[in-house]
Design a binder for this molecule. Structure first.
Ligand code: CTP
Length: 422
């Protein structure tokens, strides 16, 4: 196994060569300081599954002070350190000269955790790697690979994570795991669907009224974080379906619906359109689009959405509802109605309705403007005032609705409008 892991750690298809260099620099530094150093968590799991780790976070655990270790890295290589003294962890913001897609590294002091009450954030005490692995969620996430010195490539698997990977099982480490941290219920379902694994039967039984009632008391922010992570997944709609079938949704909020299977393809944005892609915003819009205004505000409030996200979700639902009244309208009516809404909300409604006017607005109408500007009006001797905007908007309306088709026609129309004004 040891040889195998060394091979996996050097496989450029699994870890990008530039990330390998970074990892080996950290390992050398740890060797120099005589500090046992381990790769842990998702990277180890994915390496053992022979899956690329290119999009994963890289987490290091040290038997020793990770914050001090981080400071030596900053002194040697640059970048910045964020300290979390309470948790004995640091985040190394990598220097931009490294030119990696990866921007940060988590540096963790091996620690044990205790929970003051169910669902609380843990109290931590420095400890050794084995204890550190025991505080984690599932055996498949509780393996470490030692990286320093001659130990390079040694697997530590005290909780038999490798066996669970082989059996394709998600299993908690102890019966209170979901009570200590109910976000693990979401995590279990996420991994189960992502890897086509199964929840081990007694773990499945622990998703029960007791753990769900602790889950229902979690802050909006903690629940939203989990939903964000679900929406990032390729099989997001399947995960939400499983979350719904296991009865979680009603513990978050009584009005959260299932995610419509038909909408799942729309989570991947069409990059040809000039709209900033945001899979999470798109996900929430599609998820809640058929709810009433009251339900939307109540859910957004429970999940502690930003004003911007709430506006996007509400706008999509409003627009979907008002389509029936807009269908036969002129382009100018569409344009003035849509201009107040976030572009991504309009695009979401286009995806599910295929209403062509929405696409015309996104790609053409919103860019249509009259040639004439405010300065031109001033040059014609008009004094700035509300009438300015009326004239410019009359010209724009005429362009949008095909009444104007050339600059000369616009000049004619402008003359008439000015004459009416005098
Ligand atoms: N972890 C945990 N309990 C949690 C969250 C995290 O035990 N509620 C531990 C797990 O060991 C996990 C590690 O912290 O592997 C890192 O967490 P995270 O970055 O969220 O997950 P990854 O394992 O990296 O997996 P993913 O591919 O989903 O990012």
């Amino acid at each position: 196994m040891q040889k195998d892991l060394q091979r996996l750690l050097r496989d450029p298809n699994l870890i990008l060569p530039e990330v390998q260099t970074l990892i080996s620099n950290i390992a050398s530094q740890a060797t120099e300081l005589n500090m046992p150093c381990y790769l842990v968590g998702g990277v180890v799991r994915d390496l053992l599954l022979n899956l690329p780790t290119h999009d994963s976070d890289i987490d290091f655990v040290f038997e020793g002070d990770a914050i001090k270790f981080g400071e030596t890295l900053v002194n040697k290589y640059g970048g910045k350190l964020t300290h979390h003294y309470k948790f004995h962890t640091a985040i190394w913001h990598l220097p931009s000269t490294f030119n990696l897609q990866l921007e940060t590294l988590d540096l963790i002091t091996a620690r044990k955790e205790s929970y003051e009450h169910a669902g609380a954030l843990p109290t931590v005490t420095p400890s050794n790697i084995e204890e550190d692995l025991r505080r984690r969620d599932f055996p498949i996430n509780a393996m470490a690979i030692r990286m320093d010195g001659d130990h390079f490539g040694e697997l530590l698997d005290p909780l038999n994570g490798e066996a669970d990977l082989e059996k394709k099982l998600i299993r908690v480490l102890h019966d209170k795991s979901f009570l200590d941290d109910p976000t693990r219920i979401f995590r279990a379902i996420r991994y189960e669907t992502r890897y086509s694994f199964n929840l081990e039967p007694s773990t499945l039984n622990l998703i029960n009224a007791e753990s769900l009632s602790v889950l229902s008391k979690l802050s909006g922010e903690r629940i939203r974080n989990e939903l964000d992570l679900i929406l990032d997944e390729e099989k997001a709609s399947q995960i939400i379906l499983r979350v719904a079938n296991l009865g979680l949704l009603s513990y978050i909020h009584k009005s959260i619906p299932e995610f419509k299977e038909d909408y799942s393809d729309f989570l991947d944005m069409d990059s040809r359109l000039d709209i900033p892609a945001d899979r999470r915003t798109m996900g929430y819009m599609l998820w809640f689009i058929d709810l009433s205004e009251e339900e939307i505000f109540s859910i957004c409030n429970r999940l502690d959405f930003s004003n911007e996200l709430t506006l996007a979700v509400w706008s999509a639902a409003q627009l979907k509802w008002s389509l029936q009244h807009l269908t036969e309208s002129k382009p100018s009516v569409w344009t003035y109605a849509l201009e107040k809404l976030p572009l991504l909300s309009i695009y979401a409604v286009y995806l599910i309705s295929r209403e062509n006017s929405l696409l015309s607005y996104i790609s053409i109408w919103r860019h249509v403007k009259a040639h004439t500007t405010g300065d031109d009006l001033k040059a014609q001797g008009l004094t700035p005032g509300p009438r300015f905007r009326e004239i410019l908007s009359a010209l724009r309306t005429a362009w949008l609705d095909g009444v104007l088709t050339s600059k000369t026609e616009e000049e004619e129309m402008l003359k008439k409008l000015i004459a009416e004004n005098q």
